[in-house]
Design a protein around this ligand. Structure first.
Ligand code: AMP
Ligand code: MG
Length: 352
């Protein structure tokens, strides 16, 4: 199959592109599209065969459920059998936006879309292209991130093409995404609302709206005792092919440790790299590094979230073998950044 990439600006939605994309979805095909978090791989959420195609294109285990994207709040009642007041409050505060809610599913949502669960994940994205696409496609788009399972989520259409070329007919290129890490997931089916995956909408923000919000204990742990409640968090997540270690401590000590470790690795002819920030970049200007990658500025957690998956992809592109990354505080959006970094590092951490 030939994969076409069509550019679509946020400001000026092209009705012909949306019509074509909508028709492909209605015919059971898949279309990749931009959202404010990462690129999604979309199919008709109400068509079991489309969901099966998504799993196949990604190489994703079929018990790892998809998120259903809607483009009008009211459509939540079409796919959920119960919508508690908490869901309405959260929607008022944060939809459209990067928040996914887990609710009991309505019968019409096929088990193929929800990984066999009787709950469904629902999100109303804010990206203008995503909204227009969902509407053109009939209102219910099942979409996980548009990467091959085990690779970082794509933040540029170029990365979608790398992973999906020849597997899907169309990629809508909306440019670079704004946020860069996947949506926050909150489960509203238990006794108390519970955060399952950290994202741009922080736990503090959720508590402002709902009062108490629990947190899945397994979310940030290296050796969780229980089973994570978001099935996707159970799978081995993206890790670069090289060995990635997170280093925490005072900036100059961190840099000194990383320089020394990379000097030793270089002596063994390993390809070395460091993932740092604008603030620490000057501390890594030595030949012990084959690659020095800047993932934003410490002054802006948003910038780090936006650059994270790009620098991780580049580690593999450049075949780095020994990689060190600086750590971040788990405050606010830092929790999402550290959750993804810890998974990428297989929880290999050093404090200096
Ligand atoms: P992705 O869009 O690729 O980040 O994948 C969606 C993730 O949402 C899955 O990996 C699950 O962890 C989570 N998810 C989707 N549906 C449910 C559900 N019904 N219950 C709990 N977690 C879910
Ligand atoms: Mg994903």
């Amino acid at each position: 199959m030939e994969t076409r990439v069509v550019f679509q600006s946020e400001q000026n939605i092209d009705a012909a592109v949306m019509k074509e994309a909508g028709e492909l979805i209605r015919a059971g095909e898949l279309v990749a599209f931009p959202t404010e978090t990462v690129y999604g791989l979309g199919g008709d959420a109400l068509n079991a065969a489309s969901s099966a195609k998504i799993y196949q294109a990604k190489g994703r285990p079929s018990d790892n459920p998809l998120i259903v994207h809607i483009c009008r709040f009211e459509d939540i009642y079409e796919i959920c059998s119960q919508v508690p007041p908490e869901a309405e409050k959260l929607a008022k505060a944060y939809w459209p936006g990067p928040l996914t809610m887990i609710l009991p599913k309505a019968e019409r949502v096929p088990g193929e879309t929800t990984g066999g669960l009787d709950t469904v994940a629902v999100r109303f994205p804010s990206h203008p292209v995503a909204k227009a696409f969902i509407e053109a496609a009939g209102g219910f788009i099942a979409a996980p991130s548009a990467n091959v399972s085990g690779r970082p989520s794509p933040t540029l259409a170029r990365y979608v093409l790398e992973d999906m070329n020849g597997k899907i007919p169309l990629i809508i290129d909306g440019g670079a995404v704004g946020i860069g890490v996947e949506s926050t997931i909150i489960d509203l089916t238990g006794e108390e609302p519970e955060l399952l995956r950290p994202g741009y909408i922080t736990r503090e923000m959720l508590m402002e709206t709902l009062g108490t919000v629990g947190q899945d204990r397994t979310m940030m742990e290296a050796h969780p005792t229980g089973r994570p409640k978001a099935p996707g968090m159970r799978y081995r997540h993206y890790a670069p092919k090289g060995e990635l270690t997170l280093v925490s401590g005072k900036s100059d000590r961190v840099a000194a440790y990383i320089r020394e470790q990379c000097r030793l690795a270089k002596a063994e002819h390993k390809k070395t790299g460091v993932l740092c920030t604008e603030e620490s970049l000057p501390l890594y200007q030595t030949e012990v590094f084959d690659s020095v990658k800047c993932m934003g500025s410490r002054a802006s957690q948003e910038s780090v979230a936006r650059e994270l998956y790009r620098v991780l992809r580049e580690c593999d592109d450049e075949e780095l073998e020994v990689i060190f990354a600086e750590s971040f505080s788990e405050e606010g959006l830092g929790q999402a950044v550290m959750n993804r970094l810890l998974k990428a590092a297989g929880h290999r951490t050093v404090e200096v």
